[in-house]
Design a protein around this ligand. Structure first.
Ligand SMILES: [Zn+2]
Length: 405
């Protein structure tokens, strides 16, 4: 495949980019006379910006597009959770497949080639969400790398936790890739950290935990998680999602905890979309931003990705399935530079997901997108429709004219 006449961020001039197999093999200055190889597909970029494709490191595809069906009467996290449980009878495996597949196809058209989705695994819905998302993973295997994280209910420790732990074992055996849970909602958050680390060790899988998704300055289980990952020598990857209460801590505490998180090599996923909607509703003056301490974490060397979390459901009534929207929120709410915000929804998100970098350079995996913008900042600001999306060297979405051969 040959992409002719594209722009690259930070580089003057126009370029031709050649892809062979699933890798970028050649980048040269644009030349109108460059001959395509025999049987090579040629795409005319017309000056559009070629970048890494996008990644969504934290989605809940099983709940996508439920806004009209399930209302959140209080607008906060527990309002959404309680509404989901009260209305489980309105959700079937077949309709979860339809909504989740629709969400994946929407994201793919926006340049997404990798998604990590959580799947509710509770005593109420058992393994229905995992079953549905496994089917969606199969149906969309040519569009995205879809990672499924089994989001266990609570409690998780002691005798009371045995049923949930057993469901976790079954979810991984069925084909979920990652183990997840919500220690901050457990009666015993530390016990939940211990139980989840033990279970992930037993099953030899990665962990991605909903961590401290609240603004209570007195509750911080992230520090315990970081200490425990180091103390136990847990060797698989660990991701801490949300970490909102870290954003409420003093500067010194943010720095101390961030250093421990960096030492434990835990990746953090900030989720401004949903947490701006859910958090801070009980604070009427200067409400908090519902965001983790992105700057402190980055200073300490922690990889911080940004995701959208929910998509038009009781947890977040809006969202366009476009990580550029999340990048824009990171600029506004966390004062990130546009280039850093873009990395947080592409390279850094991929790294946390265990995927190879897809920056447009020779040797990179060819997960790429073309956006009709002059710069990354403009792409985030305007978020125009992507014109070409490539995954593993294959076109997954195109608004361009049919390639010339
Ligand atoms: Zn979540």
């Amino acid at each position: 495949m040959l992409i002719r006449n594209c722009s690259l961020e930070g580089k003057t001039g126009r370029f031709n980019v050649r892809i062979s197999g699933d890798k970028i093999t050649e980048i040269t200055q644009f030349s109108a006379s460059l001959e395509a190889k025999k049987s090579e597909e040629v795409f005319e970029a017309d000056g559009a910006l070629l970048t890494s494709a996008l990644a969504e490191p934290h989605a809940h595809l099983d709940k996508a597009f439920l806004s009209e069906r399930i209302a959140n009467p209080t607008g906060d996290l527990m309002g959404a959770i309680n509404a989901m449980e009260a209305n489980r009878h309105l959700i079937t495996v077949a309709d979860t497949i339809e909504r989740a597949e629709r969400a994946v196809r929407l994201m793919a058209s926006n340049g997404v080639t990798a998604i990590r989705t959580h799947a509710d695994v509770t005593e109420w819905n058992s393994l229905d969400a995992v079953e549905a998302l496994l089917e969606v993973r199969n149906r969309t295997k040519d569009l995205v790398d879809l990672q499924i994280c089994a989001l266990l209910g609570w409690p998780l420790s002691g005798n009371e936790g045995k049923a949930n732990i057993q469901l976790g074992r079954r979810a991984i055996k069925m084909g979920a890739n990652i183990l997840g849970g919500c220690p901050h909602l457990d009666v015993d958050p530390i016990g939940a950290n211990i139980a989840l680390l033990e279970l992930a060790g037993e099953l030899d899988c990665n962990l991605d935990l909903h961590t401290d998704e609240h603004t209570d300055v007195n509750r911080l289980s992230l520090e315990d998680l970081a200490e425990r990952v180091v103390a136990t020598g847990f060797s698989n990857s660990v991701t801490a999602s949300h970490c909102v209460s870290l954003g409420m801590q003093s500067h010194d505490t943010q720095q101390r905890v961030s250093e421990k998180v960096a030492h434990a090599k835990i990746g953090v996923v900030a989720l401004p979309h949903t947490n701006l909607f859910l958090q801070g509703r009980d604070t009427h003056s200067a409400p908090p931003r519902g965001l983790t301490a992105i700057a402190a974490l980055r200073r300490a060397g922690v990889r911080v990705a940004v995701g959208a979390d929910n998509l038009q459901d009781p947890f977040n009534p809006i969202g366009r399935g476009d990580p550029l929207e999340s990048a824009g929120l990171a600029i506004l709410t966390a004062h990130q530079l546009p280039e850093d915000a873009f990395l947080s929804v592409s390279s850094v998100a991929r790294d946390i997901m265990g995927l190879a970098d897809a920056a447009p350079k020779v040797g990179s995996i060819a997960d790429l997108m073309l956006t009709p913008s002059a710069t990354i900042r403009e792409a985030i600001a305007s978020a125009p429709p992507r014109t070409l999306v490539i995954r593993h060297g294959h076109v997954t979405f195109s608004r361009l004219a049919q390639p010339k051969r």
